[in-house]
Design a protein around this ligand. Sequence first.
Ligand code: ING
Length: 308
Amino acid sequence: MTVMKIAGAQLGAIQKAESRESVVKRMIALLDEAASKGADMVVYPELALTTFFPRWYMEDQAEIDVWFETEMPNAATQPLFDRARALSIAITFGYAEKTPDGHYFNTSIVTDRQANIVGKYRKVHLPGHSEYDMERAFQHLEKRYFEPGDLGFNVWRNEGVIMGMAICNDRRWPETFRVLGLQGVELVTIGYNTPSVNSQMSAEGLEKRLFHSDLSLQAGAYQNSTYVVGVAKAGNEDGHPLMGGSIIVDPDGFVLARAVTEEDELIIAECDFEKCAFGKKTIFDFERHRRIEHYGRITSQTGVIVEV
Ligand code: ING
């Protein structure tokens, strides 16, 4: 299939007290809206089933485990998988994963149109910190609650499209897109939860953050000649604002659709994957143009080494 209608299902705030069942009902409403607009795939945000809990400092493992799913699908999400199958729509969404052998990841899955899980990704780039930080206006404890992803950046041929997944902070690292680009990726889906400005920050703080999100997603798309769909969890969660800014970007880096609210909002665009070919055969024909003999630092170094 070379043309797909892809929808981004931005979610508004999920309060700490909101149940997964309630959130799944909201996700199904967006799925129904997407179906009414002819969508073939729906992309949901990072950690789509719960509030962005890494903002809360917790020590008791039982309290932490409450936020994690031990199987997928499960009782709370089965209605979403059933609806997607009934509508013949592929879906991707993020959630907190606790594995049977006790590992914790910030995970996303993608299904085919029969609601079969065809791919799983575990977030590699974890921002923030692992201990309580008194200096911060708000905590960002992803390094406390999640392990770095252990699956790498992979692609799957799903419904005829070579697609890959990343999550939130991954979009800020060009390595994410390039590793997918080197596998021929034509569609990258990226859910995110990005804290917005709060009272201590100026309004242009939000404008700058939205700009950096757009810049990262558009650059990733253009430099790897792929579609990119970035979908936010937005709104004010228990007094903590998250920014919106969900967009669908084409292989030239142009924005095809953009969310305008910080609520549950569907954006949609027709994606013709033939459009990926031109860039991959010309400017970004990696085989013809890359000079890997000069790129060694990218995998041999983690941090900066100043030698001058
Ligand atoms: N959130 C943020 C993100 O990468 C962040 C972390 C916030 C980075 C603000 C830079 C500026 O969008 C997650 N969940 O990765």
